[in-house]
Design a protein around this ligand. Sequence first.
Ligand code: GLY
Length: 352
Amino acid sequence: MFQQKVTLSDNVKECLNQVINACPHDKLFVLADEYTARLCLPLIQNQEYLDKAECIIIGSTDTHKTLDSLSYVWKELSDKGGTRHSLMLNVGGGMVTDLGGFAASTFKRGITYINIPTTLLAMVDASVGGKTGINFNGLKNEIGVFNPAKTVLIDTNFLRTLDSQNIFSGYAEMLKHGLISTKEHWADLLNFNLNDIDYTSLQTLVAHSIGIKENIVKQDPLERGIRKALNLGHTVGHAFESLALEENRPHLHGYAVAWGLVCELYLSHLKVGFPIDKMRQTIQFIRETYGVFPFECKQYNRLYEFMTHDKKNTSNSINFTLLSDIGDIHINQTATQKEIEEMLDFYRETMG
Ligand code: GLY
Protein backbone atom coordinates (compact mmCIF):
# COMPACT_ATOMS: atom_id res chain seq x y z
CA MET A 1 0.00 0.00 0.00
CA PHE A 2 2.75 2.41 0.95
CA GLN A 3 4.72 3.89 -1.88
CA GLN A 4 5.73 7.48 -1.55
CA LYS A 5 8.70 9.22 -3.05
CA VAL A 6 10.07 12.18 -1.13
CA THR A 7 12.32 14.41 -3.23
CA LEU A 8 14.36 17.33 -1.91
CA SER A 9 15.32 19.87 -4.51
CA ASP A 10 16.40 23.47 -4.70
CA ASN A 11 15.07 23.74 -8.22
CA VAL A 12 11.44 22.92 -7.66
CA LYS A 13 10.34 24.06 -11.12
CA GLU A 14 12.60 21.68 -12.98
CA CYS A 15 11.93 18.84 -10.59
CA LEU A 16 8.19 19.34 -10.79
CA ASN A 17 8.39 18.95 -14.54
CA GLN A 18 9.87 15.48 -14.12
CA VAL A 19 7.49 14.54 -11.31
CA ILE A 20 4.42 15.54 -13.33
CA ASN A 21 5.70 13.81 -16.45
CA ALA A 22 6.00 10.62 -14.41
CA CYS A 23 2.27 10.79 -13.57
CA PRO A 24 0.23 10.34 -16.76
CA HIS A 25 -3.01 12.35 -16.44
CA ASP A 26 -5.76 13.96 -18.49
CA LYS A 27 -6.10 17.12 -16.46
CA LEU A 28 -4.06 18.82 -13.75
CA PHE A 29 -5.63 20.54 -10.73
CA VAL A 30 -3.61 22.76 -8.42
CA LEU A 31 -4.93 23.31 -4.90
CA ALA A 32 -3.55 26.24 -2.91
CA ASP A 33 -4.80 28.50 -0.12
CA GLU A 34 -5.12 32.26 -0.50
CA TYR A 35 -1.57 32.85 0.81
CA THR A 36 0.24 30.10 -1.05
CA ALA A 37 -1.62 31.06 -4.23
CA ARG A 38 -0.11 34.53 -3.92
CA LEU A 39 3.32 33.76 -2.47
CA CYS A 40 4.22 30.27 -3.66
CA LEU A 41 2.43 29.52 -6.94
CA PRO A 42 4.41 32.24 -8.77
CA LEU A 43 7.58 30.34 -7.82
CA ILE A 44 6.45 27.26 -9.74
CA GLN A 45 4.47 28.82 -12.59
CA ASN A 46 5.35 29.67 -16.20
CA GLN A 47 5.46 26.06 -17.20
CA GLU A 48 3.19 24.88 -19.96
CA TYR A 49 1.41 22.22 -17.91
CA LEU A 50 0.84 24.57 -14.97
CA ASP A 51 -0.48 27.36 -17.15
CA LYS A 52 -3.10 24.92 -18.45
CA ALA A 53 -3.96 23.60 -14.97
CA GLU A 54 -7.18 24.41 -13.14
CA CYS A 55 -6.49 26.27 -9.90
CA ILE A 56 -8.63 25.72 -6.82
CA ILE A 57 -8.09 28.25 -4.03
CA ILE A 58 -9.38 27.78 -0.49
CA GLY A 59 -9.14 29.91 2.67
CA SER A 60 -5.95 29.57 4.69
CA THR A 61 -5.34 28.30 8.24
CA ASP A 62 -6.79 25.39 10.17
CA THR A 63 -10.19 27.11 10.45
CA HIS A 64 -10.75 26.20 6.80
CA LYS A 65 -9.93 22.52 7.21
CA THR A 66 -13.65 21.84 7.08
CA LEU A 67 -16.32 19.86 5.31
CA ASP A 68 -17.38 23.09 3.55
CA SER A 69 -13.91 23.62 2.05
CA LEU A 70 -13.69 19.95 1.14
CA SER A 71 -17.09 20.07 -0.53
CA TYR A 72 -15.96 23.15 -2.48
CA VAL A 73 -12.86 21.28 -3.70
CA TRP A 74 -14.92 18.22 -4.72
CA LYS A 75 -17.35 20.51 -6.59
CA GLU A 76 -14.56 22.31 -8.42
CA LEU A 77 -13.01 18.99 -9.43
CA SER A 78 -16.36 17.79 -10.67
CA ASP A 79 -17.48 21.03 -12.42
CA LYS A 80 -14.11 21.54 -14.08
CA GLY A 81 -14.05 18.14 -15.72
CA GLY A 82 -11.98 16.08 -13.28
CA THR A 83 -11.90 12.36 -14.04
CA ARG A 84 -10.38 9.33 -12.39
CA HIS A 85 -7.26 10.03 -14.48
CA SER A 86 -6.80 13.59 -13.26
CA LEU A 87 -3.85 14.63 -11.12
CA MET A 88 -3.90 16.96 -8.15
CA LEU A 89 -1.03 19.11 -6.93
CA ASN A 90 -1.37 20.40 -3.36
CA VAL A 91 0.72 23.51 -2.74
CA GLY A 92 0.64 24.74 0.84
CA GLY A 93 1.00 23.97 4.52
CA GLY A 94 -0.44 21.02 6.40
CA MET A 95 -4.01 22.24 6.04
CA VAL A 96 -3.76 22.19 2.23
CA THR A 97 -1.86 18.90 2.00
CA ASP A 98 -4.22 17.15 4.49
CA LEU A 99 -7.45 18.44 2.95
CA GLY A 100 -6.19 18.17 -0.63
CA GLY A 101 -4.92 14.66 0.01
CA PHE A 102 -8.33 13.67 1.36
CA ALA A 103 -10.18 15.34 -1.55
CA ALA A 104 -7.94 13.50 -4.04
CA SER A 105 -8.27 10.19 -2.15
CA THR A 106 -12.06 10.30 -2.31
CA PHE A 107 -12.87 12.02 -5.64
CA LYS A 108 -14.02 9.32 -8.13
CA ARG A 109 -12.77 6.79 -5.54
CA GLY A 110 -9.29 8.27 -5.64
CA ILE A 111 -7.01 10.17 -7.98
CA THR A 112 -3.24 10.51 -7.84
CA TYR A 113 -1.86 13.48 -5.95
CA ILE A 114 1.45 15.23 -5.37
CA ASN A 115 2.32 17.39 -2.35
CA ILE A 116 4.48 20.49 -2.47
CA PRO A 117 4.67 21.53 1.20
CA THR A 118 5.49 25.18 1.74
CA THR A 119 5.78 25.32 5.55
CA LEU A 120 8.36 23.65 7.75
CA LEU A 121 5.63 21.75 9.61
CA ALA A 122 4.24 20.34 6.37
CA MET A 123 7.73 19.47 5.04
CA VAL A 124 8.85 17.46 8.05
CA ASP A 125 5.50 16.06 9.13
CA ALA A 126 2.07 16.69 7.57
CA SER A 127 2.81 16.12 3.89
CA VAL A 128 4.84 12.94 4.43
CA GLY A 129 3.34 9.65 5.53
CA GLY A 130 -0.12 9.53 3.98
CA LYS A 131 -2.35 10.91 6.75
CA THR A 132 -5.10 12.96 5.11
CA GLY A 133 -8.28 14.48 6.49
CA ILE A 134 -10.33 17.35 7.81
CA ASN A 135 -11.53 18.60 11.20
CA PHE A 136 -15.11 17.68 12.05
CA ASN A 137 -17.53 18.07 14.95
CA GLY A 138 -15.03 20.23 16.85
CA LEU A 139 -12.35 17.53 16.62
CA LYS A 140 -9.07 17.78 14.76
CA ASN A 141 -8.53 15.36 11.86
CA GLU A 142 -11.68 13.48 12.85
CA ILE A 143 -12.44 12.34 9.29
CA GLY A 144 -9.74 11.10 6.95
CA VAL A 145 -7.90 8.23 5.35
CA PHE A 146 -4.35 6.94 5.10
CA ASN A 147 -3.35 7.39 1.47
CA PRO A 148 0.10 8.69 0.56
CA ALA A 149 0.88 11.27 -2.08
CA LYS A 150 2.64 9.71 -5.07
CA THR A 151 5.47 12.21 -4.57
CA VAL A 152 6.30 14.83 -1.97
CA LEU A 153 8.47 17.50 -3.53
CA ILE A 154 10.30 19.62 -1.00
CA ASP A 155 12.10 22.86 -1.72
CA THR A 156 13.38 24.50 1.46
CA ASN A 157 13.59 27.84 -0.40
CA PHE A 158 9.90 28.18 0.43
CA LEU A 159 10.97 28.50 4.08
CA ARG A 160 12.36 31.94 3.27
CA THR A 161 8.73 33.12 2.88
CA LEU A 162 7.84 31.97 6.43
CA ASP A 163 7.71 34.07 9.58
CA SER A 164 9.70 32.89 12.57
CA GLN A 165 6.65 31.60 14.45
CA ASN A 166 5.92 29.17 11.63
CA ILE A 167 9.58 28.13 11.50
CA PHE A 168 9.52 27.46 15.26
CA SER A 169 6.25 25.56 14.92
CA GLY A 170 7.70 23.13 12.37
CA TYR A 171 10.93 22.90 14.33
CA ALA A 172 9.05 21.38 17.29
CA GLU A 173 8.24 18.33 15.14
CA MET A 174 11.93 18.17 14.17
CA LEU A 175 12.86 18.24 17.84
CA LYS A 176 10.45 15.36 18.38
CA HIS A 177 12.18 13.45 15.57
CA GLY A 178 15.51 14.18 17.28
CA LEU A 179 14.26 12.80 20.59
CA ILE A 180 13.03 9.56 19.03
CA SER A 181 16.18 9.02 16.92
CA THR A 182 19.81 9.60 17.98
CA LYS A 183 21.73 11.69 20.53
CA GLU A 184 23.74 13.24 17.67
CA HIS A 185 20.69 14.49 15.79
CA TRP A 186 19.03 15.69 19.00
CA ALA A 187 22.21 17.63 19.93
CA ASP A 188 22.47 19.14 16.41
CA LEU A 189 18.90 20.40 16.76
CA LEU A 190 19.53 21.96 20.19
CA ASN A 191 22.68 23.66 18.87
CA PHE A 192 21.05 25.17 15.77
CA ASN A 193 20.60 28.94 15.90
CA LEU A 194 16.94 29.59 15.13
CA ASN A 195 17.38 33.34 15.58
CA ASP A 196 19.81 33.69 12.70
CA ILE A 197 18.95 30.86 10.35
CA ASP A 198 21.59 29.33 8.11
CA TYR A 199 19.27 27.90 5.44
CA THR A 200 21.86 25.48 4.09
CA SER A 201 22.27 23.87 7.51
CA LEU A 202 18.52 23.94 8.01
CA GLN A 203 18.09 22.03 4.75
CA THR A 204 20.45 19.31 6.03
CA LEU A 205 18.50 19.05 9.29
CA VAL A 206 15.19 18.95 7.41
CA ALA A 207 16.44 16.13 5.16
CA HIS A 208 17.53 14.15 8.22
CA SER A 209 14.24 14.81 9.97
CA ILE A 210 12.17 13.63 7.00
CA GLY A 211 14.33 10.50 6.76
CA ILE A 212 13.46 9.64 10.37
CA LYS A 213 9.75 9.98 9.69
CA GLU A 214 9.92 8.05 6.40
CA ASN A 215 11.77 5.20 8.07
CA ILE A 216 9.11 4.86 10.78
CA VAL A 217 6.18 5.20 8.37
CA LYS A 218 7.62 2.53 6.07
CA GLN A 219 7.68 0.08 8.99
CA ASP A 220 4.14 0.90 10.14
CA PRO A 221 2.10 2.96 7.67
CA LEU A 222 -1.22 2.50 9.49
CA GLU A 223 0.01 3.37 13.01
CA ARG A 224 -0.55 -0.02 14.59
CA GLY A 225 2.80 0.04 16.43
CA ILE A 226 6.05 1.96 16.03
CA ARG A 227 4.44 4.88 14.15
CA LYS A 228 3.00 5.83 17.57
CA ALA A 229 6.54 7.07 18.35
CA LEU A 230 5.60 10.08 16.22
CA ASN A 231 2.93 10.92 18.82
CA LEU A 232 5.55 11.90 21.42
CA GLY A 233 4.50 15.24 22.93
CA HIS A 234 1.11 15.13 21.22
CA THR A 235 -1.13 13.67 23.96
CA VAL A 236 -0.52 16.70 26.18
CA GLY A 237 0.17 18.95 23.17
CA HIS A 238 -3.31 18.35 21.73
CA ALA A 239 -4.85 19.03 25.17
CA PHE A 240 -2.98 22.37 25.34
CA GLU A 241 -4.06 23.16 21.79
CA SER A 242 -7.72 22.40 22.58
CA LEU A 243 -7.68 24.40 25.85
CA ALA A 244 -6.05 27.35 24.08
CA LEU A 245 -8.69 27.22 21.33
CA GLU A 246 -11.55 26.95 23.82
CA GLU A 247 -10.21 29.99 25.71
CA ASN A 248 -9.75 32.00 22.52
CA ARG A 249 -5.97 32.17 22.74
CA PRO A 250 -5.03 29.74 19.93
CA HIS A 251 -1.45 28.68 19.34
CA LEU A 252 0.30 27.15 16.33
CA HIS A 253 0.35 23.35 16.50
CA GLY A 254 4.12 23.09 16.94
CA TYR A 255 4.10 25.38 19.97
CA ALA A 256 1.58 23.09 21.68
CA VAL A 257 3.74 20.08 20.73
CA ALA A 258 6.83 21.75 22.22
CA TRP A 259 5.02 22.40 25.51
CA GLY A 260 3.62 18.85 25.32
CA LEU A 261 7.19 17.55 24.99
CA VAL A 262 8.12 19.27 28.27
CA CYS A 263 5.34 17.37 30.04
CA GLU A 264 5.91 14.05 28.34
CA LEU A 265 9.67 14.14 28.93
CA TYR A 266 8.90 14.62 32.62
CA LEU A 267 6.48 11.68 32.48
CA SER A 268 9.19 9.72 30.65
CA HIS A 269 11.60 10.53 33.48
CA LEU A 270 9.04 9.58 36.14
CA LYS A 271 7.89 6.33 34.59
CA VAL A 272 10.71 4.93 32.45
CA GLY A 273 13.81 6.82 33.68
CA PHE A 274 14.54 9.36 30.92
CA PRO A 275 17.85 11.01 32.00
CA ILE A 276 17.33 14.22 33.93
CA ASP A 277 20.20 16.13 32.25
CA LYS A 278 18.80 15.54 28.75
CA MET A 279 15.34 16.46 29.97
CA ARG A 280 16.65 19.75 31.43
CA GLN A 281 18.61 20.64 28.26
CA THR A 282 15.58 20.01 26.05
CA ILE A 283 13.28 21.99 28.34
CA GLN A 284 15.68 24.94 28.40
CA PHE A 285 15.69 25.02 24.58
CA ILE A 286 11.88 24.86 24.52
CA ARG A 287 11.45 27.60 27.14
CA GLU A 288 13.84 29.91 25.29
CA THR A 289 12.29 29.28 21.87
CA TYR A 290 8.57 28.86 22.57
CA GLY A 291 8.01 30.72 25.83
CA VAL A 292 5.34 29.38 28.16
CA PHE A 293 1.71 28.34 27.85
CA PRO A 294 0.25 29.53 31.15
CA PHE A 295 -2.56 27.73 33.00
CA GLU A 296 -3.69 27.25 36.59
CA CYS A 297 -4.43 24.16 38.68
CA LYS A 298 -8.15 24.76 38.35
CA GLN A 299 -7.68 23.92 34.63
CA TYR A 300 -6.11 20.50 35.30
CA ASN A 301 -9.47 18.73 35.08
CA ARG A 302 -10.23 20.28 31.71
CA LEU A 303 -6.78 19.30 30.39
CA TYR A 304 -7.32 15.79 31.76
CA GLU A 305 -10.69 15.61 29.97
CA PHE A 306 -9.07 16.64 26.70
CA MET A 307 -6.43 13.92 27.18
CA THR A 308 -9.08 11.27 27.84
CA HIS A 309 -10.85 12.22 24.57
CA ASP A 310 -7.70 11.92 22.47
CA LYS A 311 -8.30 9.62 19.51
CA LYS A 312 -5.07 7.73 20.22
CA ASN A 313 -6.61 6.23 23.37
CA THR A 314 -8.17 2.81 23.77
CA SER A 315 -10.86 1.88 26.30
CA ASN A 316 -10.54 4.91 28.54
CA SER A 317 -6.84 4.83 29.33
CA ILE A 318 -4.76 7.72 28.06
CA ASN A 319 -2.12 6.60 25.58
CA PHE A 320 1.38 8.08 25.77
CA THR A 321 4.60 7.46 23.91
CA LEU A 322 7.48 7.75 26.39
CA LEU A 323 11.28 7.55 26.17
CA SER A 324 13.78 5.91 28.53
CA ASP A 325 16.55 7.75 26.64
CA ILE A 326 16.99 9.50 23.31
CA GLY A 327 15.79 6.95 20.74
CA ASP A 328 14.61 4.39 23.35
CA ILE A 329 10.92 4.40 22.58
CA HIS A 330 8.10 2.97 24.71
CA ILE A 331 4.73 3.05 22.96
CA ASN A 332 1.32 2.31 24.54
CA GLN A 333 2.19 3.73 27.96
CA THR A 334 -0.41 5.13 30.29
CA ALA A 335 -0.48 7.27 33.45
CA THR A 336 -2.81 7.75 36.41
CA GLN A 337 -4.64 11.02 37.02
CA LYS A 338 -2.29 11.64 39.96
CA GLU A 339 0.80 11.21 37.74
CA ILE A 340 -0.71 13.52 35.15
CA GLU A 341 -1.34 16.16 37.84
CA GLU A 342 2.25 15.80 39.04
CA MET A 343 3.40 16.28 35.43
CA LEU A 344 1.32 19.46 35.11
CA ASP A 345 2.70 20.73 38.46
CA PHE A 346 6.22 20.11 37.13
CA TYR A 347 5.43 22.02 33.92
CA ARG A 348 4.15 25.05 35.85
CA GLU A 349 7.06 25.05 38.31
CA THR A 350 9.70 24.65 35.58
CA MET A 351 8.25 26.83 32.87
CA GLY A 352 6.40 29.44 34.92
N1 GLY B 1 2.06 13.29 12.52
C1 GLY B 1 2.37 12.01 12.98
C2 GLY B 1 2.22 10.97 11.95
O1 GLY B 1 2.22 11.26 10.77
O2 GLY B 1 2.08 9.82 12.28
